[in-house]
Design a protein around this ligand. Structure first.
Ligand code: DAH
Length: 358
């Protein structure tokens, strides 16, 4: 008891006479500046604003009866300001120490590690080949056009010299809609539309998706892509056709492709050909993709006069050639894909092997 009395008395003298408000403020700010962790900030709070803290005791132990009214007012004001300052600064320091601690602590944050980045995705191999073909043909002055997937019977068959009773229709069965339209079986369906729209002379390609009734196997799919080409001008001959095809294949495969031309029948060309490419997967030896070493790649021919007439072209002035490139087959050759079913599989492991740009 005695001890506490003395302590209390000493404290009273000390606080009033030794520690002025200014000194406590100075010391408080210095202590706070040195406190880095939340624990250290808390210790400063206890030292100054705790129940027995210096600021608390300074207020408690001052004998106001000894002060003049002016001194009371001044001292009270200074004391309140000091308390306010201390409370504010402590709160700021506490939150700074806390966030500093989280940043320091952050166990998984290593700023020196390379970022994870975002994948750009990749283009489908058919898109890649299509973009490349478009570039090549645009370089030769061709327009790039698109036709609809849902076609009329007229453009898909009749206008191509394939009337309803023609046996050629059997080879191109497809999905028929209830309104009499159909999913186009070949990109040739866009030939007469294009002739009607642009007239002659004309140079155009139309890449697109085709649909057919097929028994699926490594080289047959119900949904596949073709790229049709159509050239109509004066004095067009088979020589123009062959020269264009050779230029095209040289550009695509970056080497001289070996080709052969066989007679082929298509009602909308006369004469018609099958341009075969020596298989680039097996080098012509024969494999599960090509069979006998040759891939049927480009059916083609000189446009039948009846097709030109359907398109409103004067056949006494103009002739033309057409070709229907198997875009899907070409992608198989170019990227060494051995099974056509991979293209529509939606398998991300397949697609992600291809680049995001040509
Ligand atoms: N449209 C034909 C098919 O899909 C391919 C074809 C053959 C297109 C000869 C042509 C051509 O332009 O001249 O089987």
């Amino acid at each position: 008891m005695y001890y506490y009395k003395i302590r209390h008395y000493l404290m009273k003298i000390l606080l009033r006479e030794v520690f002025s408000v200014d000194e406590i403020r100075k010391q408080f700010l210095a202590d706070l500046a040195a406190a880095k962790s939340p624990q250290e900030v808390e210790e400063v709070r206890i030292k100054y604003l705790g129940r027995k803290g210096l600021i608390t005791l300074l207020a408690k132990n001052t004998d106001f009866s000894q002060l003049s009214p002016d001194q009371k007012r001044d001292f009270g004001k200074q004391l309140n300001e000091l308390k306010g300052l201390a409370t504010e600064k402590l709160a700021e320091a506490a939150s700074a120490a806390k966030s500093g601690q989280t940043a320091k602590k952050g166990p998984d944050l290593d700023l020196t590690l390379p970022g994870t980045g975002h994948s750009l995705g990749s283009l489908h191999p058919i898109t890649l080949v299509q973009m490349e073909l478009e570039d090549i043909f645009e370089g030769m002055g061709f327009m790039v056009l698109v036709g609809p997937d849902v076609e009329t019977e007229h453009y898909n068959f009749d206008a191509l010299n394939i009337p309803g009773d023609h046996p050629a229709r059997d080879m191109q069965d497809t999905f028929w809609l209830t309104n009499g339209m159909l999913m186009k079986t070949h990109t040739s369906a866009n030939q007469v539309r294009t002739l009607e729209k642009f007239g002659a002379p004309l140079r155009a390609i139309f890449p697109g998706r085709c649909f057919r009734y097929e028994a699926m196997d490594p080289s047959h799919e119900t949904t596949f892509y073709q790229c049709e080409g159509l050239v109509v001008d004066r004095d067009i001959s088979v020589a123009n056709l062959i020269a264009t095809m050779k230029a095209l294949l040289g550009e695509i495969f970056h080497r001289d492709a070996t080709v052969r031309l066989r007679p082929g029948f298509f009602p909308f060309v006369e004469p018609g050909f099958e341009l075969d490419l020596q298989c680039l997967l097996c080098g012509g030896k024969g494999c599960s993709t090509c069979g006998d070493g040759w891939i049927e790649l480009i059916p083609c021919g000189l446009v039948h006069p009846r097709v030109l007439e359907f398109g409103g072209i004067d056949t006494s002035k103009y002739s033309g050639f057409a070709f229907g490139l198997g875009l899907t087959r070409l992608a198989m050759m170019k990227y060494g894909v051995q099974d056509i079913r991979r293209f529509n599989s939606g398998d991300i492991r397949f697609c992600s092997q291809f680049p995001a740009a040509v």
